[in-house]
Design a binder for this molecule. Structure first.
Ligand code: HEC
Ligand code: HEC
Length: 262
């Protein structure tokens, strides 16, 4: 290998190390505000209503899945983890997270599917399927009221940097980045829709526009399509990295799953 190339590679190594160290000192560009604060009082009331919030139907279904022993291993989630109220409390605040088993950063859906495959002997719940949305909503709601707090250093640092680059990258025919709308225009109106900071603390969310629950990755795809960019598949590493950066932007916001949005 020629000397110049060796020098460049050595530099890249140092830069990567510095990136990992400095990631710890980074501060989000804005004080995080929940999407809830951008909703009309009617939508907020629906979210706050412990009977009328439509997302609770998915949470209920999630409880059924949690207790289901009719799986290949005969072990329900509860057989191993016990009562979700205590076992899953705080878990959603930490995801996406680096998984030693997977060898990369995974989101909560993927951690749940890891348990499905490895510990229940069952195939993955497909992305955006009712069961995956339900069990994700069920696990997430156990962290309701607890602040988001993801790790972005160590083995998660590279993923974080990629997610950050994605967030600031202009794309699509409209040539807009996530930041263009959700940082520079948060609080403004776009075709009658009030633009929020694009935070994830309410996910999975019940969205009136969709008439159903949707995951973080479905939202990313929707926003990509809004600027006429090709969306990535749900569960792609690009979206998991973006989710990590997004959760970090909202560091400290309380989890409010299941949130209701327009
Ligand atoms: C046979 C036992 C077993 C079963 C069944 C099982 N899990 Fe797990 N689960 C584990 C173990 C062990 C870990 C920790 C190791 C790991 O990360 O995979 C874990 C980790 C997790 C985590 C991450 C917790 C954290 O603090 O980061 C979640 C979330 C989870 N399981 C959800 C589920 C759900 C939902 C189900 C049912 C669909 C399920 N598990 C079924 C054993 C099990
Ligand atoms: C053209 C402007 C625009 C761009 C660019 C855009 N979004 Fe959005 N986004 C919206 C609108 C409009 C909504 C729905 C209203 C709201 O919650 O802000 C939305 C909603 C969201 C939400 C849901 C917030 C909540 O509280 O439920 C998230 C998360 C989000 N966007 C993330 C992103 C990400 C990540 C990107 C970059 C890949 C992106 N958006 C790019 C316009 C945009």
């Amino acid at each position: 290998m020629n000397r110049a190339l060796v020098a460049i590679l050595a530099c890249a190594g140092i830069v990567a190390t510095f990136a990992a160290v400095f990631a710890a000192d980074q501060v989000p560009a804005q004080k995080p505000i929940s999407g809830y604060d951008f909703m009309t009082p009617e939508v907020q009331q629906l979210q706050d209503d412990d009977f009328a919030n439509p997302g609770l139907l998915w949470v209920e279904e999630g409880q059924t899945i949690w207790d289901d022993t009719k799986v290949a291993s005969g072990k329900s989630c509860a057989s191993c983890h016990g009562d979700a109220v205590t076992a899953m409390r705080g878990v959603a605040t930490r995801y996406p997270a680096y998984s030693v088993e997977a060898g990369h950063v995974i989101n909560l859906e993927q951690q749940i599917n890891q348990c499905r495959r490895e510990r229940q002997g069952e195939p993955d719940f497909p992305y955006e399927s009712e069961p995956l949305l339900s069990i994700t909503a069920f696990v997430s709601t156990q962290s309701k009221g607890l602040p988001q707090s993801v790790a972005i250093v160590g083995p998660a640092a590279e993923s974080f940097e990629r997610g950050k680059a994605f967030f600031y990258q202009r794309r699509g025919q409209l040539n807009l980045s996530c930041s263009n709308c959700h940082e520079q225009h948060a609080g403004d109106h776009l075709r009658g829709e009030s633009i929020s900071q694009g935070q994830l603390n309410g996910f999975p969310i019940y969205r009136a526009l969709w008439q159903t629950m949707g995951s973080t990755n479905r939202m990313f795809a929707w926003c990509n399509e809004a600027v006429r960019a090709e969306p990535y598949p749900a569960g792609s590493q690009e979206y998991v990295d973006l989710e990590l950066f997004e959760r970090w932007r909202g560091q400290g916001l309380n989890i409010e799953t299941p949130a209701v949005r327009r």
